[in-house]
Design a protein around this ligand. Structure first.
Ligand SMILES: NC(=O)c1ccc[n+]([C@@H]2O[C@H](COP(=O)([O-])OP(=O)(O)OC[C@H]3O[C@@H](n4cnc5c(N)ncnc54)[C@H](O)[C@@H]3O)[C@@H](O)[C@H]2O)c1
Length: 350
Protein backbone atom coordinates (compact mmCIF):
# COMPACT_ATOMS: atom_id res chain seq x y z
CA UNK A 1 0.00 0.00 0.00
CA UNK A 2 1.39 3.45 -0.90
CA UNK A 3 2.00 6.06 1.83
CA UNK A 4 -1.10 8.12 2.56
CA UNK A 5 -0.79 11.60 1.09
CA UNK A 6 -0.38 14.50 3.48
CA UNK A 7 -1.33 18.14 3.16
CA UNK A 8 0.40 21.15 4.74
CA UNK A 9 -0.43 24.81 5.10
CA UNK A 10 2.46 27.31 4.86
CA UNK A 11 1.81 30.79 6.23
CA UNK A 12 2.98 34.12 4.83
CA UNK A 13 5.32 34.47 7.80
CA UNK A 14 6.99 31.15 6.90
CA UNK A 15 7.22 32.18 3.23
CA UNK A 16 8.86 35.48 4.16
CA UNK A 17 11.34 33.78 6.49
CA UNK A 18 12.45 31.43 3.71
CA UNK A 19 12.71 34.08 0.98
CA UNK A 20 14.38 36.85 2.96
CA UNK A 21 18.07 36.99 2.05
CA UNK A 22 17.59 34.52 -0.83
CA UNK A 23 16.92 37.16 -3.50
CA UNK A 24 19.82 36.12 -5.78
CA UNK A 25 18.77 32.45 -5.50
CA UNK A 26 15.18 33.35 -6.40
CA UNK A 27 16.38 35.26 -9.48
CA UNK A 28 18.32 32.16 -10.58
CA UNK A 29 15.30 29.95 -9.92
CA UNK A 30 13.02 32.20 -11.95
CA UNK A 31 15.52 32.24 -14.83
CA UNK A 32 15.68 28.43 -14.75
CA UNK A 33 11.88 28.28 -14.85
CA UNK A 34 11.88 30.63 -17.87
CA UNK A 35 14.38 28.39 -19.61
CA UNK A 36 12.40 25.23 -18.87
CA UNK A 37 9.25 26.93 -20.11
CA UNK A 38 10.86 28.21 -23.32
CA UNK A 39 12.46 24.79 -23.98
CA UNK A 40 9.09 23.04 -23.78
CA UNK A 41 9.34 21.52 -20.28
CA UNK A 42 6.20 23.15 -18.93
CA UNK A 43 2.49 23.39 -19.40
CA UNK A 44 1.25 26.92 -18.82
CA UNK A 45 -2.27 27.48 -20.15
CA UNK A 46 -3.80 30.99 -20.29
CA UNK A 47 -4.69 32.54 -16.96
CA UNK A 48 -8.40 32.61 -16.20
CA UNK A 49 -9.81 35.99 -15.09
CA UNK A 50 -12.83 35.96 -12.79
CA UNK A 51 -14.37 39.44 -13.09
CA UNK A 52 -17.41 40.99 -11.43
CA UNK A 53 -19.79 43.26 -13.39
CA UNK A 54 -20.60 45.33 -10.29
CA UNK A 55 -16.93 45.57 -9.17
CA UNK A 56 -15.09 46.25 -12.44
CA UNK A 57 -11.71 47.14 -10.90
CA UNK A 58 -11.47 43.84 -8.99
CA UNK A 59 -10.59 40.39 -10.28
CA UNK A 60 -9.40 36.99 -9.14
CA UNK A 61 -7.00 35.20 -11.48
CA UNK A 62 -6.34 31.46 -11.71
CA UNK A 63 -2.89 30.49 -13.01
CA UNK A 64 -2.67 26.70 -13.46
CA UNK A 65 0.73 25.37 -14.47
CA UNK A 66 3.04 22.40 -14.60
CA UNK A 67 6.81 22.73 -14.40
CA UNK A 68 9.20 19.99 -15.48
CA UNK A 69 12.90 19.68 -14.72
CA UNK A 70 14.67 17.62 -12.09
CA UNK A 71 11.89 18.03 -9.49
CA UNK A 72 8.63 18.49 -11.41
CA UNK A 73 5.59 20.08 -9.81
CA UNK A 74 2.03 20.90 -10.83
CA UNK A 75 -0.23 23.48 -9.25
CA UNK A 76 -2.38 26.56 -9.27
CA UNK A 77 -2.03 30.14 -8.08
CA UNK A 78 -5.37 31.73 -7.22
CA UNK A 79 -4.72 35.42 -6.71
CA UNK A 80 -7.13 38.27 -6.05
CA UNK A 81 -6.51 41.87 -7.08
CA UNK A 82 -8.77 44.31 -5.25
CA UNK A 83 -7.20 47.79 -5.72
CA UNK A 84 -9.83 49.27 -3.37
CA UNK A 85 -8.18 47.43 -0.44
CA UNK A 86 -5.38 49.98 -0.40
CA UNK A 87 -7.69 52.77 0.85
CA UNK A 88 -8.57 50.49 3.80
CA UNK A 89 -4.92 49.87 4.61
CA UNK A 90 -4.76 46.38 3.09
CA UNK A 91 -2.52 45.30 0.21
CA UNK A 92 -4.20 45.01 -3.19
CA UNK A 93 -3.31 41.37 -3.83
CA UNK A 94 -4.00 38.25 -1.77
CA UNK A 95 -3.84 34.63 -2.76
CA UNK A 96 -2.94 31.02 -2.28
CA UNK A 97 -0.68 28.66 -4.18
CA UNK A 98 -1.59 24.98 -4.33
CA UNK A 99 1.19 22.48 -5.12
CA UNK A 100 0.17 19.11 -6.59
CA UNK A 101 2.19 15.91 -6.69
CA UNK A 102 2.81 15.06 -10.39
CA UNK A 103 2.79 11.35 -9.48
CA UNK A 104 -0.65 11.14 -7.87
CA UNK A 105 -2.20 14.54 -8.59
CA UNK A 106 -2.84 14.95 -4.87
CA UNK A 107 -2.40 18.50 -3.64
CA UNK A 108 0.24 18.44 -0.91
CA UNK A 109 0.55 22.06 0.16
CA UNK A 110 -1.31 25.34 0.28
CA UNK A 111 1.00 28.35 0.59
CA UNK A 112 0.23 32.01 1.20
CA UNK A 113 0.88 33.39 -2.27
CA UNK A 114 1.04 37.19 -2.18
CA UNK A 115 4.66 37.11 -0.99
CA UNK A 116 5.60 34.35 -3.46
CA UNK A 117 3.94 36.30 -6.25
CA UNK A 118 5.67 39.57 -5.33
CA UNK A 119 9.03 37.80 -4.99
CA UNK A 120 8.81 36.01 -8.34
CA UNK A 121 7.66 39.25 -10.01
CA UNK A 122 10.59 41.16 -8.50
CA UNK A 123 12.98 38.37 -9.51
CA UNK A 124 11.64 38.45 -13.06
CA UNK A 125 12.11 42.25 -13.16
CA UNK A 126 15.68 42.01 -11.86
CA UNK A 127 16.51 39.27 -14.33
CA UNK A 128 15.15 41.41 -17.18
CA UNK A 129 17.01 44.50 -15.93
CA UNK A 130 20.20 42.47 -16.00
CA UNK A 131 19.77 40.82 -19.41
CA UNK A 132 18.42 43.96 -21.12
CA UNK A 133 21.33 46.16 -20.00
CA UNK A 134 24.24 43.82 -20.73
CA UNK A 135 25.25 45.72 -23.86
CA UNK A 136 24.83 49.23 -22.50
CA UNK A 137 26.04 51.22 -19.49
CA UNK A 138 24.56 49.80 -16.28
CA UNK A 139 21.73 52.20 -15.29
CA UNK A 140 22.48 54.40 -12.27
CA UNK A 141 19.23 56.39 -12.36
CA UNK A 142 16.12 54.42 -11.35
CA UNK A 143 12.61 55.76 -11.96
CA UNK A 144 9.52 54.25 -10.35
CA UNK A 145 5.96 55.03 -11.48
CA UNK A 146 3.49 53.47 -9.04
CA UNK A 147 5.10 53.16 -5.60
CA UNK A 148 3.17 50.27 -4.01
CA UNK A 149 4.06 46.81 -2.77
CA UNK A 150 5.41 45.44 -6.06
CA UNK A 151 7.68 48.48 -6.49
CA UNK A 152 9.02 47.87 -2.97
CA UNK A 153 9.80 44.21 -3.74
CA UNK A 154 11.50 45.11 -7.04
CA UNK A 155 13.66 47.73 -5.34
CA UNK A 156 14.57 45.29 -2.53
CA UNK A 157 15.55 42.63 -5.08
CA UNK A 158 17.60 45.14 -7.11
CA UNK A 159 19.57 46.25 -4.03
CA UNK A 160 19.98 42.67 -2.79
CA UNK A 161 21.44 41.57 -6.12
CA UNK A 162 24.02 44.34 -6.26
CA UNK A 163 22.33 47.18 -8.12
CA UNK A 164 23.29 50.64 -6.86
CA UNK A 165 21.68 53.91 -7.87
CA UNK A 166 22.82 57.54 -7.77
CA UNK A 167 19.24 58.78 -8.16
CA UNK A 168 15.80 57.33 -7.53
CA UNK A 169 12.88 59.24 -9.07
CA UNK A 170 9.35 58.52 -7.82
CA UNK A 171 5.85 59.28 -9.05
CA UNK A 172 2.47 58.05 -7.89
CA UNK A 173 -0.99 59.53 -8.34
CA UNK A 174 -1.50 59.02 -4.58
CA UNK A 175 0.88 61.23 -2.60
CA UNK A 176 0.64 58.97 0.50
CA UNK A 177 2.08 56.11 -1.58
CA UNK A 178 5.14 58.23 -2.34
CA UNK A 179 5.48 59.15 1.34
CA UNK A 180 5.23 55.47 2.35
CA UNK A 181 7.77 54.44 -0.29
CA UNK A 182 10.24 57.15 0.76
CA UNK A 183 9.88 55.91 4.30
CA UNK A 184 10.67 52.35 3.13
CA UNK A 185 13.75 53.66 1.26
CA UNK A 186 14.95 55.46 4.41
CA UNK A 187 14.45 52.36 6.55
CA UNK A 188 16.25 50.14 4.05
CA UNK A 189 19.23 52.53 3.83
CA UNK A 190 18.93 52.43 0.03
CA UNK A 191 21.58 54.09 -2.08
CA UNK A 192 20.77 57.14 -4.19
CA UNK A 193 19.28 60.59 -3.89
CA UNK A 194 15.47 60.27 -3.81
CA UNK A 195 13.23 62.75 -5.56
CA UNK A 196 9.45 62.78 -6.00
CA UNK A 197 8.06 64.12 -9.28
CA UNK A 198 4.68 65.55 -10.22
CA UNK A 199 4.41 63.55 -13.43
CA UNK A 200 5.40 60.16 -14.80
CA UNK A 201 6.96 61.96 -17.78
CA UNK A 202 9.42 63.72 -15.43
CA UNK A 203 10.40 60.39 -13.88
CA UNK A 204 11.02 58.83 -17.29
CA UNK A 205 13.04 61.81 -18.53
CA UNK A 206 15.42 61.56 -15.56
CA UNK A 207 15.85 57.75 -15.48
CA UNK A 208 17.75 55.06 -17.39
CA UNK A 209 15.83 52.17 -15.77
CA UNK A 210 12.10 52.81 -15.40
CA UNK A 211 9.71 50.59 -13.46
CA UNK A 212 5.96 50.78 -14.00
CA UNK A 213 4.01 49.20 -11.12
CA UNK A 214 0.73 51.10 -11.19
CA UNK A 215 -2.82 49.81 -11.28
CA UNK A 216 -3.69 51.85 -14.40
CA UNK A 217 -6.29 50.01 -16.47
CA UNK A 218 -5.57 51.94 -19.67
CA UNK A 219 -2.63 53.87 -21.15
CA UNK A 220 -1.82 57.21 -19.52
CA UNK A 221 1.46 57.84 -21.36
CA UNK A 222 1.23 58.69 -25.04
CA UNK A 223 4.31 60.75 -25.91
CA UNK A 224 7.22 58.73 -27.29
CA UNK A 225 9.46 61.79 -26.90
CA UNK A 226 9.68 61.12 -23.11
CA UNK A 227 11.65 57.99 -24.04
CA UNK A 228 13.99 59.68 -26.55
CA UNK A 229 17.06 58.92 -24.37
CA UNK A 230 16.37 55.16 -24.78
CA UNK A 231 15.73 53.89 -21.22
CA UNK A 232 15.08 50.27 -20.30
CA UNK A 233 11.48 50.04 -19.12
CA UNK A 234 10.15 47.29 -16.82
CA UNK A 235 6.48 47.53 -17.70
CA UNK A 236 5.18 45.21 -14.99
CA UNK A 237 1.73 46.78 -14.79
CA UNK A 238 1.31 46.16 -18.54
CA UNK A 239 -1.28 48.86 -19.36
CA UNK A 240 0.51 52.20 -18.80
CA UNK A 241 1.96 52.78 -22.26
CA UNK A 242 0.05 53.76 -25.40
CA UNK A 243 0.70 51.46 -28.36
CA UNK A 244 2.57 54.31 -30.14
CA UNK A 245 5.27 54.11 -27.46
CA UNK A 246 5.68 50.38 -27.98
CA UNK A 247 5.87 50.89 -31.73
CA UNK A 248 8.87 53.21 -31.21
CA UNK A 249 10.63 50.77 -28.85
CA UNK A 250 12.26 47.34 -28.83
CA UNK A 251 9.63 45.10 -27.22
CA UNK A 252 10.45 42.05 -25.14
CA UNK A 253 7.81 39.89 -23.42
CA UNK A 254 7.94 36.77 -21.26
CA UNK A 255 5.53 34.69 -23.36
CA UNK A 256 3.96 36.05 -26.55
CA UNK A 257 0.61 34.24 -26.35
CA UNK A 258 0.11 35.17 -22.71
CA UNK A 259 1.05 38.79 -23.16
CA UNK A 260 -1.15 39.60 -26.14
CA UNK A 261 -4.36 39.34 -24.13
CA UNK A 262 -6.54 41.27 -21.67
CA UNK A 263 -5.93 44.71 -23.21
CA UNK A 264 -2.29 44.92 -22.19
CA UNK A 265 -0.31 47.57 -24.08
CA UNK A 266 1.22 44.88 -26.35
CA UNK A 267 -2.30 43.60 -27.02
CA UNK A 268 -3.39 47.14 -27.96
CA UNK A 269 -0.34 47.44 -30.24
CA UNK A 270 -1.32 44.20 -31.94
CA UNK A 271 -4.87 45.48 -32.43
CA UNK A 272 -3.56 48.79 -33.82
CA UNK A 273 -1.10 47.26 -36.28
CA UNK A 274 -2.95 44.04 -37.06
CA UNK A 275 0.20 42.00 -36.39
CA UNK A 276 3.04 41.11 -34.05
CA UNK A 277 5.97 42.57 -35.96
CA UNK A 278 6.49 45.15 -33.22
CA UNK A 279 7.68 42.36 -30.88
CA UNK A 280 11.42 41.66 -30.89
CA UNK A 281 11.05 38.44 -28.89
CA UNK A 282 11.00 36.97 -25.41
CA UNK A 283 13.40 37.36 -22.52
CA UNK A 284 14.58 33.81 -23.27
CA UNK A 285 15.45 34.95 -26.82
CA UNK A 286 17.61 37.65 -25.25
CA UNK A 287 19.24 35.13 -22.87
CA UNK A 288 20.25 32.82 -25.70
CA UNK A 289 21.39 35.66 -27.97
CA UNK A 290 18.61 35.34 -30.54
CA UNK A 291 17.61 39.00 -30.16
CA UNK A 292 19.94 41.99 -30.29
CA UNK A 293 18.94 45.19 -28.51
CA UNK A 294 19.91 48.47 -30.22
CA UNK A 295 21.43 50.66 -27.47
CA UNK A 296 19.89 53.93 -28.63
CA UNK A 297 16.27 52.75 -28.63
CA UNK A 298 14.01 52.38 -25.60
CA UNK A 299 13.57 48.76 -24.57
CA UNK A 300 10.21 47.82 -23.04
CA UNK A 301 9.84 44.56 -21.11
CA UNK A 302 6.16 43.62 -20.69
CA UNK A 303 5.85 40.35 -18.73
CA UNK A 304 2.45 38.78 -18.23
CA UNK A 305 3.79 36.73 -15.32
CA UNK A 306 3.75 32.96 -15.71
CA UNK A 307 2.31 30.43 -13.26
CA UNK A 308 5.45 28.29 -13.63
CA UNK A 309 7.43 31.01 -11.81
CA UNK A 310 5.10 30.78 -8.81
CA UNK A 311 5.48 27.00 -8.80
CA UNK A 312 9.27 27.25 -8.84
CA UNK A 313 9.35 29.65 -5.89
CA UNK A 314 6.59 27.80 -4.03
CA UNK A 315 8.48 24.54 -4.38
CA UNK A 316 11.62 26.14 -2.91
CA UNK A 317 9.63 27.47 0.05
CA UNK A 318 7.97 24.10 0.67
CA UNK A 319 11.29 22.27 0.52
CA UNK A 320 12.97 24.69 2.93
CA UNK A 321 10.09 24.63 5.43
CA UNK A 322 10.11 20.81 5.29
CA UNK A 323 13.92 20.73 5.69
CA UNK A 324 13.60 22.88 8.81
CA UNK A 325 11.02 20.41 10.18
CA UNK A 326 8.42 23.19 10.32
CA UNK A 327 5.73 21.84 8.00
CA UNK A 328 2.28 22.30 9.55
CA UNK A 329 0.57 19.13 8.32
CA UNK A 330 -3.23 19.13 8.56
CA UNK A 331 -4.09 15.83 10.28
CA UNK A 332 -6.52 13.67 8.34
CA UNK A 333 -6.85 16.16 5.47
CA UNK A 334 -7.33 13.29 3.02
CA UNK A 335 -9.66 10.90 4.79
CA UNK A 336 -11.41 8.84 2.11
CA UNK A 337 -8.42 6.78 1.02
CA UNK A 338 -9.96 3.42 0.33
CA UNK A 339 -12.04 2.97 -2.79
CA UNK A 340 -14.19 0.28 -1.28
CA UNK A 341 -14.34 1.57 2.24
CA UNK A 342 -11.92 -0.92 3.81
CA UNK A 343 -10.09 0.24 6.94
CA UNK A 344 -6.56 1.65 6.69
CA UNK A 345 -4.21 3.30 9.07
CA UNK A 346 -4.78 7.04 9.67
CA UNK A 347 -2.84 9.29 7.25
CA UNK A 348 0.85 9.27 8.04
CA UNK A 349 2.99 12.37 7.72
CA UNK A 350 6.14 12.42 5.62
N1 LIG B 1 3.33 41.29 -14.64
C1 LIG B 1 3.28 40.59 -13.53
O1 LIG B 1 3.66 39.42 -13.47
C2 LIG B 1 2.76 41.23 -12.28
C3 LIG B 1 2.83 40.53 -11.06
C4 LIG B 1 2.36 41.15 -9.91
C5 LIG B 1 1.81 42.42 -9.98
N2 LIG B 1 1.75 43.06 -11.18
C6 LIG B 1 1.13 44.38 -11.31
O2 LIG B 1 1.85 45.33 -10.55
C7 LIG B 1 1.00 46.44 -10.31
C8 LIG B 1 1.25 47.00 -8.94
O3 LIG B 1 0.81 46.11 -7.95
P1 LIG B 1 0.90 46.52 -6.38
O4 LIG B 1 0.53 45.31 -5.61
O5 LIG B 1 2.19 47.19 -6.10
O6 LIG B 1 -0.28 47.57 -6.28
P2 LIG B 1 -0.43 48.76 -5.23
O7 LIG B 1 -1.88 49.09 -5.20
O8 LIG B 1 0.28 48.43 -3.96
O9 LIG B 1 0.38 49.97 -5.91
C9 LIG B 1 -0.02 50.54 -7.12
C10 LIG B 1 0.25 52.03 -7.03
O10 LIG B 1 0.02 52.61 -8.33
C11 LIG B 1 -0.52 53.89 -8.13
N3 LIG B 1 -1.12 54.34 -9.38
C12 LIG B 1 -2.31 53.99 -9.92
N4 LIG B 1 -2.47 54.59 -11.13
C13 LIG B 1 -1.34 55.31 -11.34
C14 LIG B 1 -0.89 56.12 -12.41
N5 LIG B 1 -1.63 56.30 -13.50
N6 LIG B 1 0.31 56.73 -12.31
C15 LIG B 1 1.08 56.55 -11.20
N7 LIG B 1 0.71 55.79 -10.15
C16 LIG B 1 -0.49 55.17 -10.23
C17 LIG B 1 -1.46 53.72 -6.97
O11 LIG B 1 -1.77 54.96 -6.33
C18 LIG B 1 -0.66 52.77 -6.06
O12 LIG B 1 0.12 53.48 -5.12
C19 LIG B 1 -0.43 45.93 -10.57
O13 LIG B 1 -0.91 46.45 -11.79
C20 LIG B 1 -0.26 44.44 -10.71
O14 LIG B 1 -1.23 43.85 -11.56
C21 LIG B 1 2.21 42.49 -12.33
Amino acid sequence: MSAAPSFSVISGAQVRRVLQGREAEVVQLVESAYRLHAEGHSVNPPSYFLRFPERPSSRIIALPASLGGTVPVDGLKWIASFPGNVADGLPRASGVLILNDPGTGYPYACLEASVISAARTAAMAVSAADWLTRRRARPRRLGIVGTGLIARYVHTFLEATGWRFDEIALHDTASDSVVGFRDYLDRSAATGRVRAHETAADVIATSDLVLFATVASEPHLHDLRCFAHGPVVLHLSLRDLAPEILLGSTNIVDDIEHCLKANTSPHLAEQLTGGRDFLAGTLYDVMVGRVQLPAARPVVFSPFGLGVLDLAVGQLVHAEVARAGELEVVPGFFDELSRHGTEREPASCP
